[in-house]
Design a protein around this ligand. Sequence first.
Ligand code: GLC
Length: 546
Amino acid sequence: MTQAYRDWWRDAVIYQVYIRSFADGNGDGEGDVAGIRERLPYLRDLGIDALWINPWYPSPLNDGGYDVADFRDIDPRFGDLAQAKALLDEAHGLGLKVLLDIVPNHSSWDHQWFKEALAAGPGSPERARYIFRDGRGPDGSEPPNNWRSVFGGPAWERVTEADGTPGQWYFHIFDVSQPDFDWNNAEVRADFLDILRFWFDLGVDGFRIDVAHGMDKNMDGPDLPYDKSGLLDRPSIADHPFFDRDGVHDIYRGWREVADSYDPPKLYVAEAWVEPAERLARYLRDDELHSAFNFDYLKSAWTAAELRRSIDDSVTVLASVGAPATWVLENHDVERVVTRYGREVTAAGAGHAGRVSGAVDVELGTRRARAAALLMLALPGGAYVYQGQELGLPEVLDLPEESLQDPVWERSGRTERGRDGCRVPLPWAVAGTSYGFGSGGSWLPQPAGWGARSVEAESADPSSMLSLYRDALRLRRSIPSVEPLAWIDETTEDMLAFQRGRGFACVVNLGATPATLPAHREVILASGPLDADGRLPSDTAVWLAL
Ligand code: GLC
C-alpha cells in the first residue's frame, strides 16, 4: 500500500454532518442516516474527501446526542446498524471516508452503567465507573467542591439513594444528564477499546474525539477561582483538575495501537480546547492522535496580523511533532462565520463560551467568509467544513425561545441562548416543506428566506458561496500539497500573501483599501470581483498562477 493511501488525511477536507439537521429521509422532522445516504452524491460533487458524522447513538438528546446511552448502536430515530453499514459502503464506493464521533468523557444518564451505578449504591463496583463522592457539610448536602459545569451551574448533582434518602453526588463537566466516567477504572478503559473496534470492524475510517482533553482528572484538586461574570468561562489555570492533564496521553497511546492494527490504519481527530499550540502538539505525537481541530485559528479575529500569527504558530509547532496543520472556521458549537465576521468584534471565545454580541452586517460577513474560504483552502494541511458553511448560512439569531434545545439555555438561567442557531436544518430546495430538508417539517424552525440559500438556488448561481466552494475544492487538488507555505513579504501589512511552490499563490486583502496584486500569470479563482484597475478590493481573496 502506498504511503499516500495510508496518509490520505494529511491534506484532506473533512465535511461535518450534524446528522439531526442535515437531511431527513423518513419525514419525522429530524435528519437521519437515510437522509445522508440520499445526499452522498451532493457531497462527492462538492469535492470533499471525508465526512465526520456527529453522534448518532441512542440518546435522550439532552445535549444533541453527546449524551450517549449506548455506544454500540444507532438511535432508531436516525436509523439502524444495517443502514449504517450501507452508508459506509456507499460512501466508500464514491471515494469518501467516514469518521464518527466518540464521546469518552461521559455517557448519558440513560446509559445502562449509570442506571446500575444508581441502583448499586455507594462503594459498589458499579459506582466506580463514574465519579461519585460524598458531599461536604455535616449532612453531605454541599457539593464536594465548587467546580462548575461548562454549561453553567454546579458540576455536581446529588442523587437519591435506592432507600429514598439523599445520597452521594456525581460529577458532570457538562449537563446534569452527562455523568463523567472515571478513567482510572479498568472496565471503562477496556470498554472504550472495544467500542473503537466495534465501529472500525463495521468499516468506519476513524473518529473525532469529543472533549479529547477531558477524561484524566484530579478529583482531589482544589476549589477553582471562577470569574463571577463569566458563567461559562473555563478557568485558565496551570494543573487544571479536569482539562488537559498529562494522564490523558497514556489513554491515547492505547487507542493508537487499536487504530494501527487495521490496514489501512484508522484515524483520530482531537477536539481539544487547549492552549498554547505546544500543548495541542502533545496530543499529536507519533504514538498518539493523528490530527486536531485548530481552534486557535477559529478564534482568531479577521485581521492579517492575528491570522498570520495563528498560521505561523500552527504550522511550526505541529510540524515539530510531524503533524499537519488543520484549518477550521465553524462547527456545531460556535457561531457561523458569516455572522461572526459581520460583527465589529470578529474574534471568538472558546467553545461554548464563544459567543460575542453586537450588530451584524451579513453582507460584510459574507464577503469576508468568501475570502476566508479561499484562505483556508489554500493553506497547507487539512481543513474542516461544517454543513451549511458551503452555503454561507448565517447564524439564526432569532429562534423563538420555546424552540431552544441547547442545555446552555436553561443552565445559564436563560441568559445564554446557546448553540441552536448554527444547528438549524439545511435548506436543500428553494421552496416546499422545510425547504427540501424532509417531508415532515424541521425540528428547529428555519427562518424566512432560507430557500434563497438552498443547495438548489446556489447550484444555479455561479456567484454563490456553494459555487465558490465547489470551484475551490476542485482547484485545491492541483495545489502541490507537499509544498510548504512561503510568505510573500513585498505586500502591505493588511494583506496575507503566500506561495505554495513556485507556481501558486493566495493573496487576501484584509485592509480597508484596494491593494495591488503581486506579479502573476493568471487569476485562477477570486472570492469577489477585482476593481477596474485589477486591484484586490477589501475583504477579498484570490488564487494566482505565478
Ligand atoms: C463537545 C461537543 C459539544 C458537546 C460537548 C459535551 O464540546 O462538540 O457539542 O456539548 O462536547 O459532550
